[in-house]
Design a protein around this ligand. Sequence first.
Ligand code: MN
Length: 128
Amino acid sequence: MTGHRILVVEDNEHNLKLVRDVLQYAGFEVIEARSGELGVELAVEYQPELVLMDLKLPGIGGEQALHLIRDDDRTHRIPVVALTASAMQPDRARVLLAGFDGYLEKPISVPDFPGQVRQFLTGNPADE
Ligand code: MN
């Protein structure tokens, strides 16, 4: 299995650890950022295949970080998926309007999460 490189931007340590552990166990390579600013920087540096972006972050929020990623030629093609709290129904429409490629709900489903992430990768799922 190829280690698809995923950048996770999340400031909550518990959520970050869970997402990281689940993705690493499924064979993904995980890059972590605990702020939007660092997330934008690491997207440029590491060129991940996908960014998972928390919305509420210290400093710039997830939407602003998304816009910075979209506005940079070095990162504008990278899909960015919002991590939203499942109770926050209005967030879902909002993240799509903001230009995210989709959203995944927190708390994540441990058994389903790797497959949900793969759906956002640009390659053919048959290659997995
Ligand atoms: Mn947060």
